[in-house]
Design a protein around this ligand. Structure first.
Ligand code: NCD
Length: 337
Protein backbone atom coordinates (compact mmCIF):
# COMPACT_ATOMS: atom_id res chain seq x y z
CA UNK A 1 0.00 0.00 0.00
CA UNK A 2 1.54 3.30 -0.91
CA UNK A 3 2.31 5.58 1.99
CA UNK A 4 3.48 2.59 4.03
CA UNK A 5 7.19 3.25 4.37
CA UNK A 6 8.09 0.54 6.85
CA UNK A 7 7.37 -2.47 4.69
CA UNK A 8 7.01 -1.12 1.19
CA UNK A 9 3.25 -1.42 1.49
CA UNK A 10 2.93 -5.18 1.61
CA UNK A 11 0.95 -5.22 4.83
CA UNK A 12 -1.60 -3.16 6.73
CA UNK A 13 -0.50 -3.33 10.35
CA UNK A 14 -1.05 0.16 11.68
CA UNK A 15 -2.86 3.29 10.59
CA UNK A 16 0.25 5.35 11.18
CA UNK A 17 2.01 3.39 8.39
CA UNK A 18 -0.51 4.78 5.93
CA UNK A 19 -0.37 8.49 6.57
CA UNK A 20 -2.98 10.80 5.14
CA UNK A 21 -2.16 9.87 1.53
CA UNK A 22 -2.50 6.17 2.22
CA UNK A 23 -5.81 6.72 3.99
CA UNK A 24 -7.09 8.82 1.11
CA UNK A 25 -6.10 6.11 -1.36
CA UNK A 26 -8.09 3.47 0.56
CA UNK A 27 -11.13 5.75 0.80
CA UNK A 28 -11.04 6.51 -2.91
CA UNK A 29 -10.79 2.85 -3.88
CA UNK A 30 -13.59 2.07 -1.42
CA UNK A 31 -15.84 4.50 -3.34
CA UNK A 32 -15.69 2.13 -6.30
CA UNK A 33 -16.53 -0.86 -4.11
CA UNK A 34 -19.48 0.86 -2.44
CA UNK A 35 -20.87 1.18 -5.95
CA UNK A 36 -20.23 -2.55 -6.55
CA UNK A 37 -22.15 -3.37 -3.35
CA UNK A 38 -25.26 -1.75 -4.84
CA UNK A 39 -25.29 -4.04 -7.87
CA UNK A 40 -27.66 -7.02 -8.07
CA UNK A 41 -24.59 -9.27 -8.08
CA UNK A 42 -22.10 -7.41 -5.91
CA UNK A 43 -19.03 -9.23 -7.09
CA UNK A 44 -15.98 -8.45 -9.24
CA UNK A 45 -13.22 -10.78 -10.43
CA UNK A 46 -10.32 -8.63 -9.15
CA UNK A 47 -8.79 -11.29 -6.87
CA UNK A 48 -9.79 -14.43 -8.74
CA UNK A 49 -7.27 -17.18 -8.00
CA UNK A 50 -5.94 -15.48 -4.87
CA UNK A 51 -6.44 -16.94 -1.40
CA UNK A 52 -7.29 -14.95 1.70
CA UNK A 53 -7.16 -16.59 5.15
CA UNK A 54 -8.78 -15.17 8.25
CA UNK A 55 -6.83 -16.29 11.29
CA UNK A 56 -8.68 -15.28 14.44
CA UNK A 57 -7.37 -16.04 17.90
CA UNK A 58 -10.13 -14.01 19.52
CA UNK A 59 -13.88 -14.20 19.25
CA UNK A 60 -15.33 -11.96 16.57
CA UNK A 61 -18.34 -12.17 14.35
CA UNK A 62 -18.66 -8.92 12.50
CA UNK A 63 -15.02 -8.32 11.67
CA UNK A 64 -14.43 -11.84 10.44
CA UNK A 65 -17.64 -11.88 8.37
CA UNK A 66 -16.82 -8.46 6.99
CA UNK A 67 -13.35 -9.50 5.80
CA UNK A 68 -14.64 -12.79 4.41
CA UNK A 69 -17.47 -11.06 2.57
CA UNK A 70 -14.99 -8.52 1.20
CA UNK A 71 -12.66 -11.25 -0.05
CA UNK A 72 -15.53 -13.21 -1.65
CA UNK A 73 -16.87 -10.12 -3.39
CA UNK A 74 -13.44 -9.77 -4.95
CA UNK A 75 -13.72 -13.44 -6.07
CA UNK A 76 -10.85 -14.59 -3.84
CA UNK A 77 -10.88 -18.05 -2.27
CA UNK A 78 -11.42 -17.74 1.46
CA UNK A 79 -10.20 -19.99 4.26
CA UNK A 80 -11.24 -19.42 7.81
CA UNK A 81 -8.99 -20.52 10.65
CA UNK A 82 -10.30 -20.26 14.17
CA UNK A 83 -7.56 -20.64 16.75
CA UNK A 84 -10.02 -21.43 19.48
CA UNK A 85 -10.56 -25.17 19.09
CA UNK A 86 -7.52 -25.59 16.85
CA UNK A 87 -3.99 -26.87 17.07
CA UNK A 88 -3.10 -23.84 19.25
CA UNK A 89 -5.08 -25.58 21.98
CA UNK A 90 -2.83 -28.61 21.49
CA UNK A 91 0.23 -26.52 22.23
CA UNK A 92 1.28 -25.41 18.75
CA UNK A 93 3.04 -22.04 18.66
CA UNK A 94 1.58 -19.12 16.73
CA UNK A 95 4.57 -19.29 14.39
CA UNK A 96 4.05 -22.97 13.58
CA UNK A 97 0.33 -22.37 13.04
CA UNK A 98 0.97 -19.45 10.72
CA UNK A 99 3.67 -21.28 8.76
CA UNK A 100 1.47 -24.36 8.42
CA UNK A 101 -1.46 -22.33 7.11
CA UNK A 102 0.63 -20.30 4.68
CA UNK A 103 2.34 -23.47 3.38
CA UNK A 104 -1.04 -24.25 1.77
CA UNK A 105 -0.52 -21.28 -0.52
CA UNK A 106 -1.95 -18.09 0.88
CA UNK A 107 -1.82 -14.56 -0.52
CA UNK A 108 -3.21 -12.64 2.46
CA UNK A 109 -3.58 -13.37 6.14
CA UNK A 110 -6.10 -11.39 8.15
CA UNK A 111 -5.00 -11.68 11.76
CA UNK A 112 -6.85 -10.97 14.98
CA UNK A 113 -5.06 -11.73 18.21
CA UNK A 114 -5.39 -10.74 21.87
CA UNK A 115 -1.71 -9.72 22.08
CA UNK A 116 -0.52 -6.30 20.93
CA UNK A 117 2.06 -6.69 18.18
CA UNK A 118 0.87 -10.14 17.04
CA UNK A 119 0.15 -9.05 13.45
CA UNK A 120 3.57 -7.35 13.20
CA UNK A 121 5.18 -10.56 14.38
CA UNK A 122 3.23 -12.67 11.87
CA UNK A 123 4.30 -10.30 9.08
CA UNK A 124 7.94 -11.12 9.85
CA UNK A 125 7.33 -14.84 9.38
CA UNK A 126 5.41 -15.02 6.12
CA UNK A 127 5.56 -13.89 2.50
CA UNK A 128 1.80 -13.30 2.39
CA UNK A 129 0.33 -9.83 2.93
CA UNK A 130 -0.80 -9.40 6.54
CA UNK A 131 -3.77 -7.32 7.61
CA UNK A 132 -4.11 -6.47 11.28
CA UNK A 133 -7.75 -7.08 12.21
CA UNK A 134 -7.16 -6.06 15.83
CA UNK A 135 -4.21 -6.83 18.12
CA UNK A 136 -4.94 -6.56 21.82
CA UNK A 137 -5.30 -2.95 22.95
CA UNK A 138 -3.03 -1.80 20.17
CA UNK A 139 -4.61 -1.14 16.76
CA UNK A 140 -7.56 -1.93 14.51
CA UNK A 141 -6.69 -0.09 11.30
CA UNK A 142 -9.61 -1.17 9.10
CA UNK A 143 -12.07 0.02 11.75
CA UNK A 144 -10.51 3.49 11.62
CA UNK A 145 -10.63 3.46 7.82
CA UNK A 146 -14.28 2.47 7.67
CA UNK A 147 -15.12 5.10 10.29
CA UNK A 148 -13.41 7.81 8.23
CA UNK A 149 -15.16 6.53 5.13
CA UNK A 150 -18.54 6.75 6.87
CA UNK A 151 -17.96 10.30 8.11
CA UNK A 152 -16.96 11.49 4.65
CA UNK A 153 -19.91 9.70 3.04
CA UNK A 154 -22.45 11.28 5.40
CA UNK A 155 -20.93 14.77 5.08
CA UNK A 156 -20.96 14.46 1.31
CA UNK A 157 -24.56 13.30 1.17
CA UNK A 158 -25.64 16.16 3.40
CA UNK A 159 -23.97 18.59 1.06
CA UNK A 160 -25.85 16.96 -1.85
CA UNK A 161 -22.61 15.65 -3.33
CA UNK A 162 -21.33 12.32 -4.54
CA UNK A 163 -18.87 11.10 -1.84
CA UNK A 164 -16.33 10.30 -4.54
CA UNK A 165 -16.20 14.00 -5.40
CA UNK A 166 -15.35 15.00 -1.83
CA UNK A 167 -11.71 15.11 -0.80
CA UNK A 168 -10.13 14.82 2.61
CA UNK A 169 -10.71 18.52 3.27
CA UNK A 170 -14.05 17.51 4.80
CA UNK A 171 -12.08 16.37 7.87
CA UNK A 172 -10.32 19.68 8.30
CA UNK A 173 -11.21 21.02 11.76
CA UNK A 174 -13.95 18.40 12.22
CA UNK A 175 -14.55 18.10 15.95
CA UNK A 176 -14.69 14.51 17.13
CA UNK A 177 -15.22 13.33 20.71
CA UNK A 178 -14.12 9.76 21.44
CA UNK A 179 -15.90 8.69 24.59
CA UNK A 180 -15.31 5.87 27.02
CA UNK A 181 -12.81 3.10 27.50
CA UNK A 182 -9.88 4.67 25.66
CA UNK A 183 -7.37 2.80 27.78
CA UNK A 184 -8.26 -0.67 26.48
CA UNK A 185 -9.37 0.37 23.01
CA UNK A 186 -7.53 -0.48 19.82
CA UNK A 187 -10.39 1.23 17.98
CA UNK A 188 -9.55 4.50 19.73
CA UNK A 189 -5.82 4.18 19.03
CA UNK A 190 -6.28 3.64 15.30
CA UNK A 191 -9.13 6.14 15.07
CA UNK A 192 -7.21 8.95 16.74
CA UNK A 193 -4.26 8.56 14.36
CA UNK A 194 -6.44 8.39 11.28
CA UNK A 195 -8.65 11.33 12.20
CA UNK A 196 -5.73 13.49 13.27
CA UNK A 197 -3.79 12.65 10.09
CA UNK A 198 -6.77 13.94 8.08
CA UNK A 199 -6.99 17.16 10.08
CA UNK A 200 -9.76 16.43 12.58
CA UNK A 201 -9.60 17.77 16.14
CA UNK A 202 -9.98 14.94 18.61
CA UNK A 203 -11.19 15.26 22.20
CA UNK A 204 -11.03 12.24 24.50
CA UNK A 205 -13.76 12.01 27.10
CA UNK A 206 -13.31 9.44 29.85
CA UNK A 207 -12.88 9.04 33.56
CA UNK A 208 -9.18 9.23 34.47
CA UNK A 209 -9.09 5.49 35.15
CA UNK A 210 -10.05 4.74 31.53
CA UNK A 211 -7.41 6.96 29.95
CA UNK A 212 -3.97 5.53 29.16
CA UNK A 213 -1.35 6.34 31.78
CA UNK A 214 0.36 8.69 29.33
CA UNK A 215 -0.95 10.48 26.27
CA UNK A 216 2.45 11.82 25.31
CA UNK A 217 2.75 11.88 21.54
CA UNK A 218 -0.96 11.18 20.96
CA UNK A 219 -2.40 13.64 18.44
CA UNK A 220 -5.36 14.68 20.56
CA UNK A 221 -6.45 18.23 21.20
CA UNK A 222 -7.63 17.73 24.76
CA UNK A 223 -9.12 15.36 27.28
CA UNK A 224 -12.25 16.07 29.26
CA UNK A 225 -14.16 14.35 31.99
CA UNK A 226 -17.47 16.19 31.68
CA UNK A 227 -19.33 14.79 28.70
CA UNK A 228 -22.20 17.28 28.99
CA UNK A 229 -19.94 20.24 28.27
CA UNK A 230 -18.28 18.54 25.29
CA UNK A 231 -21.38 17.27 23.48
CA UNK A 232 -22.74 20.62 22.21
CA UNK A 233 -19.36 21.38 20.60
CA UNK A 234 -18.78 18.28 18.51
CA UNK A 235 -19.60 17.15 14.99
CA UNK A 236 -19.11 13.47 15.80
CA UNK A 237 -19.64 11.64 19.08
CA UNK A 238 -17.81 8.32 18.86
CA UNK A 239 -18.70 5.90 21.66
CA UNK A 240 -16.51 2.99 22.65
CA UNK A 241 -17.62 -0.30 24.08
CA UNK A 242 -16.57 -0.94 27.65
CA UNK A 243 -14.04 -3.74 27.27
CA UNK A 244 -15.38 -5.86 30.10
CA UNK A 245 -13.41 -8.89 28.89
CA UNK A 246 -10.19 -6.86 29.29
CA UNK A 247 -10.73 -6.26 32.97
CA UNK A 248 -12.27 -2.81 32.69
CA UNK A 249 -14.47 -3.58 35.70
CA UNK A 250 -11.46 -3.07 37.97
CA UNK A 251 -11.21 0.54 36.78
CA UNK A 252 -14.82 1.47 37.53
CA UNK A 253 -16.95 1.69 40.64
CA UNK A 254 -19.92 0.16 38.77
CA UNK A 255 -21.49 0.01 35.31
CA UNK A 256 -24.36 2.11 36.57
CA UNK A 257 -22.02 4.92 37.60
CA UNK A 258 -20.23 4.70 34.30
CA UNK A 259 -23.50 5.12 32.44
CA UNK A 260 -24.50 8.01 34.71
CA UNK A 261 -21.27 9.87 33.85
CA UNK A 262 -20.38 8.75 30.33
CA UNK A 263 -23.32 6.95 28.73
CA UNK A 264 -25.01 8.66 25.79
CA UNK A 265 -28.45 8.76 27.35
CA UNK A 266 -31.48 10.28 25.61
CA UNK A 267 -31.03 13.45 27.65
CA UNK A 268 -27.40 13.77 26.65
CA UNK A 269 -28.13 13.07 22.99
CA UNK A 270 -30.37 16.15 23.20
CA UNK A 271 -27.27 18.25 23.93
CA UNK A 272 -25.71 17.39 20.57
CA UNK A 273 -25.90 19.81 17.67
CA UNK A 274 -28.74 19.00 15.32
CA UNK A 275 -26.53 17.48 12.65
CA UNK A 276 -23.95 15.78 14.91
CA UNK A 277 -23.33 12.09 14.24
CA UNK A 278 -23.28 9.25 16.74
CA UNK A 279 -20.90 6.39 15.95
CA UNK A 280 -19.96 3.11 17.62
CA UNK A 281 -17.73 0.29 16.33
CA UNK A 282 -20.04 -2.42 17.67
CA UNK A 283 -20.89 -4.60 19.36
CA UNK A 284 -22.92 -2.06 21.35
CA UNK A 285 -23.75 -2.51 25.01
CA UNK A 286 -27.17 -0.94 24.85
CA UNK A 287 -28.04 0.67 28.14
CA UNK A 288 -24.36 1.02 29.12
CA UNK A 289 -22.41 3.31 26.77
CA UNK A 290 -25.40 4.08 24.55
CA UNK A 291 -29.10 4.19 25.41
CA UNK A 292 -31.39 1.95 23.42
CA UNK A 293 -33.36 4.81 21.89
CA UNK A 294 -30.19 6.74 20.98
CA UNK A 295 -28.73 3.75 19.16
CA UNK A 296 -31.76 3.79 16.86
CA UNK A 297 -31.86 7.53 16.10
CA UNK A 298 -31.29 8.59 12.46
CA UNK A 299 -28.12 10.41 13.58
CA UNK A 300 -26.66 7.08 14.72
CA UNK A 301 -24.75 5.63 11.75
CA UNK A 302 -23.72 2.32 13.30
CA UNK A 303 -25.20 0.15 10.55
CA UNK A 304 -23.66 2.30 7.86
CA UNK A 305 -20.31 1.73 9.52
CA UNK A 306 -20.91 -2.02 9.22
CA UNK A 307 -21.99 -1.77 5.58
CA UNK A 308 -19.04 0.42 4.65
CA UNK A 309 -16.71 -1.99 6.42
CA UNK A 310 -17.10 -4.47 3.58
CA UNK A 311 -16.23 -1.94 0.86
CA UNK A 312 -13.30 -0.56 2.83
CA UNK A 313 -11.90 -4.05 3.45
CA UNK A 314 -12.35 -4.82 -0.25
CA UNK A 315 -10.27 -1.73 -0.94
CA UNK A 316 -7.55 -2.83 1.48
CA UNK A 317 -7.35 -6.36 0.05
CA UNK A 318 -7.45 -5.02 -3.49
CA UNK A 319 -4.63 -2.55 -2.83
CA UNK A 320 -2.49 -5.19 -1.12
CA UNK A 321 -3.10 -8.02 -3.58
CA UNK A 322 -4.73 -6.87 -6.74
CA UNK A 323 -3.25 -3.55 -7.59
CA UNK A 324 -0.08 -4.03 -9.49
CA UNK A 325 1.64 -0.79 -10.44
CA UNK A 326 -0.85 1.33 -12.32
CA UNK A 327 -3.80 -0.99 -11.64
CA UNK A 328 -7.01 0.62 -12.71
CA UNK A 329 -9.72 0.04 -10.14
CA UNK A 330 -12.30 1.56 -12.46
CA UNK A 331 -11.55 -0.98 -15.17
CA UNK A 332 -11.48 -3.87 -12.69
CA UNK A 333 -14.76 -3.08 -11.02
CA UNK A 334 -16.26 -2.50 -14.43
CA UNK A 335 -16.05 -6.24 -15.13
CA UNK A 336 -19.05 -7.57 -13.20
CA UNK A 337 -19.59 -11.31 -12.80
C1 NCD B 1 -14.14 -3.78 18.00
C2 NCD B 1 -12.98 -4.66 18.38
O1 NCD B 1 -13.10 -5.88 18.39
O2 NCD B 1 -11.96 -4.10 18.66
N1 NCD B 1 -15.19 -4.48 17.41
C3 NCD B 1 -15.09 -4.96 16.18
O3 NCD B 1 -14.06 -4.92 15.53
N2 NCD B 1 -16.20 -5.48 15.67
C4 NCD B 1 -14.64 -2.97 19.11
C5 NCD B 1 -15.04 -3.66 20.35
O4 NCD B 1 -15.06 -4.89 20.43
O5 NCD B 1 -15.34 -2.95 21.30
Amino acid sequence: MSGAPADGGRHLLSVSDLGSEGIEEVLRVADAFVEVARRPIPKVPALRGRTVVTLFAEESTRTRLSFETAARRLSADVMSFSMAGSSAKKGESLRDTVETVTAMGVDALVVRHPCAGAAHQVARWVDAAVVNAGDGWHEHPTQALLDCYTIRQVLAERAGRDPASVGMECFDGLRVAIVGDIRHSRVARSGIWALAALGARVTLVAPGSLLPTSLQGWPVERTASDLDTVLPEVDVCYLLRLQLERGVGAHLPSLREYTAGYGLTARRAGLLAEDALVMHPGPMNRGVEIADEVADLPRSVVLRQVANGVAVRMAVLFLLLGAGVGADVGALVGEGE
